[in-house]
Ligand binder design. Sequence first.
Ligand code: NA7
Length: 539
Amino acid sequence: MPNSDASFDSIIVGAGFAGLYALHRLRGLGQSVRAFETGSGVGGTWYWNRYPGARCDVESMQYSYQFSDELAQEWSWTERYAAQPEILRYANHVADRFDLKKDIQFNTKITSAHYDETTGLWTVTTEGGERFTARYLIMATGCLSATNFPAIKGRESFAGATYHTSRWPHEGVNFTGKRVGIIGTGSSAVQSIPLIAREAKHLFVFQRTPTYSIPAHNKPLDPEEEQRIKSDYRGFRARIAQLAFDVDGEFSDTLTLSVNEAERRRVYDARWSYGRLSWLGAFGDLITDFKANETGQQYIRNKINEIVKDPQVAEALMPNHAVGTKRLCIDTGYYETFNRPNVTLVDLRRTPIDEIVTEGVRTSDRLYELDALIFATGFDAMTGALNRIDIRGVKGRALKDAWAAGPKTYLGVATAGFPNLFMIAAGPGSPGVLSNMIPSIEQHVNFITQIMAHMAERQLSRIEATEEAQETWVQHVNEVAAPTLFPSTNSWYVGANIPGKPRIFMPYIGGYPVYVEKCKDVASKNYEGFALSGSNRQV
Ligand code: NA7
């Protein structure tokens, strides 16, 4: 046994929704478990992303746990799309209700995790130098959690206040009377820009790639709808779990170009008025056929033209990539905000940023003097949170090296050469980011809980994805992505936002129900594709 401060059956890294549920279930197996969390509280994404307007883009009645009927019945959401403070309250409610916090070590960053083949144990080390060992290592580190600060020349030299949307001060920020700059126009910017614009003296939006966004039509949750859903919550969830992304909506099979323009417009209009990510389900071939997709692109570009009064600004706001291949945004007054006299759009395609200087941001044509600068520049998605920890598996091989040419996993939960390590709903090759995250988390945690129960019954102590099963899965992940328009767009789905990151379409897009069936099938065949053994002595 290595020299360590304490030993557990399982160590969980992260106390967001994945870490919380993993802790609950593994404790239920009778395991000793400790979770480690960098933040001072639970909630993960919803702990960190406190920027103005932060809100989930999946409706609140769907974005919640389903493992406890009592929990599902007793919790009431106030809005159709829940805002960050309410989701964070929910995470705390769950942690308190199931008495989880006592097994979470907060304010503790894990810097390394090394596997020892002789003992069959993982040793994790904290930033403070503590060491802990465990048989199982559960990486509940999230898929959009490793902050991306772009390497813009002079970034450190700005004299004013600097923020990143995903590391927002807990006490909030008052921009009244300030000249504010925001770099980025992804989902976080789309949500925060309308609110910051109302407060700031002037807001300068530095846009590299324009964004497609549809109105969320957020509103207070209708108590009657809540009751209707709660009267058969399980049935409601089961129906949605049969849909491609495990998110409610209508997904039409009709081919886009098989209907005339007036009919297409009627369909798009209806979905625009309803406000859901499933706007993309308007036609069956929208994300596979560029000509079909162009009709959706043009529809949103026309909307931008209608909403934004200055034709030059409207033009600059118009995206031209395939709609849906970067995360579609849903907003409250995003394009409208550019009609405000105190908002300036800076089109970085025409005038790129040269450098950040003491006074503000200098583009190729002028200096924008600022009091505050916000980075809404996203994340090193999916692999970032894992690769920022020094994870070493069999023969001391680093995960970073194993994934140097691109991440490889089996089912998105495990990777060959890293025994007893599981990734929850964030691993490349899992539906994670293309699905309803909380149900996906539950499905993964349930899967690994069953694996561990299976192993305990048979006195097995080591499980590892085989290279062969991994190769087959990676091939399948690529095969289902290839016919779609996703791989061709520069997005965080393919790692294009991080210079030097291998270009691989990371999420599994074969459909959530297909994926769940695959996991069930693997389990029914004694965890086919995993090598199980009992050669290591128990903790
Ligand atoms: P995103 O969606 O990754 O957006 C980041 C934005 O920052 C995007 O517009 C980027 O432009 C922009 N960016 C990144 N680096 C730069 C540099 N160097 N210069 C200018 N602009 C830059 O992150 P979010 O936080 O908004 O949302 C993440 C997810 O959270 C979202 O998809 C939802 O699923 C929830 P680019 O497009 O790369 O040209």
